[in-house]
Each structure stands twice: as structure tokens, then as C-alpha cells.
Design a protein around this ligand. Structure first.
Ligand code: PLP
Length: 390
């Protein structure tokens, strides 16, 4: 790890990239360029053969705007290296095709696209995948002994905010020679840095907190150089490269990541506490509440409790829909991590594809609403929830 990792996260968010331009720009500008010229064939071959890093062709990721982004992304997750992608799903796909071919275990709930990729699509390529619940962790040993070499999970999970023990799962996986990847989208590196806890990879939908303004789609994969280098050809030939414009926009977003997420932590805590007191709310799922089942583990492995929570409205799914439809500041939209607060009802959106039985097996009630707390004033957000619940 470089010296940059010893600086605090807020400093790394601003100074994580060493790229300065020849005109003194404080950050790398947008190199809206598909290809780069060389002074000689010998020079070109050095870059082509990987003997020298340099810009060459943008789809390969060899572009200064992308290099600058990747340096900051690596620094924020305390990683040796990071690759940027055109989406979170692109990052996951390239990782699974590189390191998941001997079998993948997914623990607990995950993003709908991830579940579909693992349950329905990877098996089409002959890749064996196993989806187990967080409550079925005792099955992990048997699956690892059976040859699965990659363990994937989110923590906190979507939408029940279940906490999974990163250190304990890594220890178990590593004993079998398997690697562990954490989808750190919900927590962001501000609240959780899985590589520091023993994970081998971190994957992000940068579309969410890293981008933070609901205005870009991107993904990222972080880890050691040894484990990331084999992913390079997959990313290159799947064509899942981020564009220079989006790379630059994402670099811009990362400079404010720490202040944004810390404020969202504070506001979400206030919203969760207000909802826990509300007579029309049956249950609040938020790691920052002292009586939440994952609270102690969250205190151990997280630096903040995050901006995501779910609430069970007292009553039916129809009642919850009515509340969602009456919210004014919380926009009804299935994403998260932006400056604007969002609400979704999992049974109508993110978990709509599951059967009612499967939803209830996963602890997702029809009366559940998932909230992504944005950067509005917490008092205004609470007032909005109160008028919608009234
Ligand atoms: C949105 C999301 C993804 C997929 O990311 P895209 O950028 O939309 O491809 C993966 N994991 C989690 C946890 C997400 O929220």
C-alpha cells in the first residue's frame, strides 16, 4: 500500500490522484480522446507490451481521465489497484468471469441484477452458483469444500439491512483457498472498507454513493494488483469501459464523497429515530439503532451506519403504497445514494420479481418501504414522512 493510504479519507478523496495537467489544472481534465499518438513505434510497443503505463486507446482504459479516477478509487478503498467500469453490473460480470468460473457462493440478499446474473445467467455458461441466506451460513463450508472459489455478499444487505461479518466469512473462505468479494455500494468506503477487514475484492455500483448526484452510471472494482490484472482483458474485450466524460464526472463527485456520506449518516440516524417512535411504524431496519440485530456488528466493522434504511408501515402493502405515493420530498424511484431522498416499496420494485413466499422467506414484508436519505434537512424529511403517515 502506498503512503497515500495513511492519510485520512477526506484528504484522499481530494488528493487521491496524482494527475496534474501541463497547464496547472488542479485535476485531470476530460480527455475526450479515443486514441493517442506516439513519437515512435518503439514508444508505442512499450505501452502495448505493458512495459510502460501510458495512454493508448480509451476502451482499454488507457486514458488519463480514467487513470486519474482509478487512482482515487483505489486510494478510497485502501486498495493497491482499481478498475473503472461503465456500470456496477459490468464490474461484477467481469469479476465473475475472471475469478468465479469454479463456482460462486452468494450470501444473503443482493441487488436484483446481481441475483439474476448469478441465478439465471452464469449457469448458462456452466458456472455453478449457490445462493444462500445469511441465516444459512453453516452451508458455506460444504459449498467451499465442493469447489466454489468465490464468495460474494453485500453488507448491509438490500433491503433488510442485514449485517454479515466480513472478517469471519473471509477467514472461513480463505481456509478453503477461496476469495471474497464485497459489494460495498450501500456502505461506501466512508462507512466501511472491506479490504482492511480481509476481503480480496470490493465492487461498487458507482452510480449510487460514489457518483452521489443521480446523474451518472458507472462501476468500480478494487483489490490487489495480482488479482486485478487478470480482469483487465475481460473488461477490455467485454467492452465495459467507462467513458472519459463519466470518469471525469465521477472524479468530481469523489471529492465531496466524505462530506456527503457523513451528512447522510447524521440525517439517516435522525430519520430512523423519529420513525422508531412513530405509532404508525411497526419496525425500522437501520444499523444505527441500538436495538437493531446487526447494531453491535455494525459498530465493529463500520465507521458510520449509512444513509439507507427500511421501515415497515403498520398495515398492508396497500397502506405502504399509499404512504409512498403521498411523500413529497422522497421521490418514488428505485435507486439510492444521491443528493435527493428516494423511496421504494421493495415488493413493487427491487424485489418484485420474487414470489410472495420467497419475499417472506427473506423477511421482506409487503408493507416495507426502503428509504435512501439524501442531503435535504433531516427535519424536513421527517416532516414529509409524518404528513404521509398521518
Ligand atoms: C445499483 C446496484 C448495483 C448495480 O449497479 P449499476 O451501476 O446499476 O449497474 C449493484 N449492487 C448494488 C448494491 C446496487 O445498488
Amino acid at each position: 500500500m502506498s503512503d497515500r493510504h495513511s492519510q485520512s479519507l477526506a484528504t484522499r478523496a481530494i488528493h487521491g490522484s496524482s494527475g496534474k495537467d501541463a497547464h496547472g489544472s488542479p485535476h485531470t481534465p476530460i480527455y475526450n480522446t479515443t486514441t493517442f499518438a506516439f513519437s515512435s513505434t518503439a514508444d508505442l510497443l512499450e505501452v502495448v507490451d505493458g512495459k510502460k503505463t501510458g495512454s493508448l486507446y480509451t476502451r482499454y482504459g488507457l486514458n488519463p481521465s480514467i487513470f486519474a479516477l482509478e487512482e482515487t478509487l483505489a486510494s478510497l478503498e485502501s486498495a493497491e489497484m482499481a478498475w473503472a467500469f461503465c456500470s456496477g453490473m459490468a464490474a461484477e460480470t467481469a469479476l465473475f468471469l475472471t475469478h468465479g468460473r469454479e463456482g460462486i457462493v452468494c450470501i444473503g440478499d443482493a441487488y436484483g441484477g446481481t441475483l439474476e446474473l448469478l441465478a439465471s445467467q452464469m449457469p448458462l455458461l456452466g458456472i455453478r452458483t449457490h445462493l444462500i441466506l445469511g441465516s444459512e451460513l453453516e452451508r458455506l463450508d460444504e459449498l467451499l469444500a465442493g469447489g466454489a472459489m468465490l464468495v460474494f455478499f453485500e453488507t448491509p444487505t438490500n433491503p433488510t439491512l442485514e449485517l454479515l461479518d466480513i472478517r469471519a466469512i473471509c477467514t472461513k473462505a480463505h481456509a478453503h483457498g477461496a476469495k471474497v468479494v464485497i459489494d460495498n455500494t450501500f456502505a461506501s468506503p466512508v462507512n466501511q472498507r472491506p479490504l482492511e477487514l480481509g476481503a480480496d475484492f470490493v465492487v461498487h455500483s458507482a452510480t449510487k454513493y460514489l457518483g452521489g448526484h443521480s446523474d451518472l452510471t458507472a462501476g468500480a472494482l478494487m483489490g490487489s494488483k495480482e488479482l486485478l490484472m487478470p480482469v483487465w482483458n475481460w473488461r477490455k474485450n467485454l467492452g465495459s469501459m467507462i467513458s472519459p466524460e463519466v470518469a471525469s464526472l465521477l472524479s468530481r463527485s469523489l471529492r465531496t464523497l466524505v462530506v456527503r456520506v457523513r451528512q447522510q449518516n447524521v440525517s439517516a440516524q435522525a430519520v430512523a429515530e423519529a420513525m422508531a417512535q412513530h405509532r404508525k411504524i411497526a419496525r425500522v431496519y437501520y444499523p444505527g439503532l441500538a436495538d437493531f440485530p446487526g447494531h453491535e456488528l455494525a459498530k465493529k466493522q463500520m465507521h458510520g451506519f449509512g444513509g439507507m434504511m427500511s421501515i415497515d408501515v403498520k398495515g398492508s402493502g396497500v397502506d405502504a403504497t399509499r404512504v409512498a405515493d403521498r411523500l413529497r420530498l422522497f421521490a418514488l424511484a428505485p435507486s439510492l445514494g444521491g443528493a435527493e431522498s428516494l423511496v421504494t416499496q421493495p415488493c413493487t420494485t427491487t424485489q418484485h420479481g420474487l414470489t410472495p413466499d420467497e419475499r417472506s422467506r427473506r423477511g421482506i414484508s409487503d408493507a416495507m418501504l426502503r428509504l435512501s436519505v439524501g442531503l435535504e434537512d433531516a427535519a424536513d424529511l421527517i416532516a414529509d414522512l409524518e404528513q404521509a403517515l398521518a
